[in-house]
Design a protein around this ligand. Structure first.
Ligand code: SF4
Length: 283
């Protein structure tokens, strides 16, 4: 794993990363700004997984339940149904239900949008009362998507990609790493940068061995030369394929058993035993 680079060169390097990823991945336009409640649920669904999966989970909540109150009073098993494709559906279902219960106990409703009119710091402070926002990823999602602030949510896949690129330590604290990114990437590119890093870390820079030969960043990534050398070595270690036989020549095969002596008579087939019962009638 490469060591993290100096802060001064991070901004420049990340600009290059951004430009290369933008060439590779075509992002879809984002939907309209979600409500604060939806951004919290979306953040819970999205952490560690790709956008499409999180969007599908959010759509299932809307299609399968009458409203958020129905989700609040549903069993964990029922809520898990909407989260079935995501890792740890039970843990996520518990977070979703706990948040909705807490929200209902505090406000007797399911609307936090009044906070969007407050200054961002004040709104974020009020949201800290909810257990769901103790996840730095969820809080950053809300700030970025519903409060129009500068936040770049960092989850485990994004940290993995940044560590391989030499921009972060592999075990960096999520909030610290988010702060570093927010200083290095300007606000007007923050959204796009986060989405592109997500594409990268769910496409080539995946968990386990990264797919560097296919990666757009392989020429600037410090991990790529090591991975490419590993792949080269592995390819050399593969035994050479057996040469094909010349046309017309039968391949020489070692007989499985000793050949029968010429003087020996060929084996006689045993006559089949007569079938028991009635013979089937011909059609
Ligand atoms: S070159 Fe390899 S290690 Fe570097 S970002 Fe791409 S996939 Fe990840």
């Amino acid at each position: 794993m490469p060591t993290a680079m100096a802060a001064s060169s991070k901004a420049q390097f990340l600009t290059e990363v951004h430009a290369l990823l933008k060439k590779r991945y075509k992002l879809e336009a984002r939907a309209e700004r979600p409500s604060i409640l939806e951004a919290i649920i979306y953040g819970i669904c999205h952490e560690g997984v790709a956008r499409e999966q999180a969007n599908q989970a959010l759509s299932r909540f809307k299609d399968d339940f009458f409203d958020w109150n129905e989700v609040r009073v549903s069993s964990i098993e029922e809520i898990q149904g909407a989260l079935a494709d995501l890792p740890d559906p039970e843990g996520r279902a518990q977070h979703v239900r706990r948040f909705l219960r807490q929200l209902f106990e505090k406000t007797y409703g399911f609307n936090l949008d009044a906070l969007a009119k407050k200054p961002q710091k004040e709104a974020a402070k009020a949201l800290e009362e909810y257990e769901a926002t103790s996840s730095d990823y969820v809080m950053a999602t809300v700030v970025q998507q519903s409060l129009a602030g500068h936040a770049i949510p960092v989850d485990a896949p994004i940290r993995r990609g940044l560590a391989r690129l030499g921009v972060a330590e592999p075990d960096a604290d999520f909030a610290t790493l988010r702060g570093t990114l927010e200083r290095a990437v300007p606000k007007n590119r923050g959204h796009e940068f986060a989405d592109l890093m997500e594409e990268l870390t769910h496409d080539t820079c995946v968990e386990g061995p990264p797919d560097c030969p296919r990666c757009e960043l392989r020429k600037i990534c410090p991990t790529a030369p090591l991975r490419l050398a590993e792949l080269k070595l592995a390819a050399k270690a593969v035994p050479a394929p057996i040469a094909p036989t010349a046309p017309g020549k039968a391949p020489k095969e070692k007989p499985a058993t000793a050949p029968a002596r010429a003087s020996e008579p060929p084996p006689v087939a045993k006559p089949a035993a007569p079938a028991k019962g009635k013979a089937p009638r011909p059609k």
